[in-house]
Design a binder for this molecule. Structure first.
Ligand code: ZN
Length: 87
């Protein structure tokens, strides 16, 4: 894979971003955790949308952010597609 760039698709907006720019975010709903990877823009929006967060070890990243949810309706809206606009 040397010389290749691996891009992550933001699980919220669908934007393609470099792996090192993606943020691992966990959403805890009762005993279930949903794992998403978000771009910086979506993470900022999520930070504002939720009152608090905790840091935990990530599965893929060294550190992840965890938000507690009251309902699955509070999961970020999915873009429903892949956005390959790299601008
Ligand atoms: Zn995003």
């Amino acid at each position: 894979m040397q010389g290749h760039a691996t891009l992550i698709l933001c699980d919220s907006c669908g934007k393609a971003i470099p792996d090192q720019s993606s943020k691992e975010v966990l959403y805890q709903l009762g005993k279930v955790r949903y794992r998403l990877e978000l771009c910086g823009t979506c993470l900022d929006a999520e930070m504002k949308r939720h009152n608090g967060h905790r840091g935990v070890p990530g599965f893929h990243k060294r550190a992840a952010i965890i938000f507690s949810l009251a309902s699955a309706d509070d999961l970020p809206k999915r873009a429903g597609g892949i956005n390959l606009d790299l601008s």
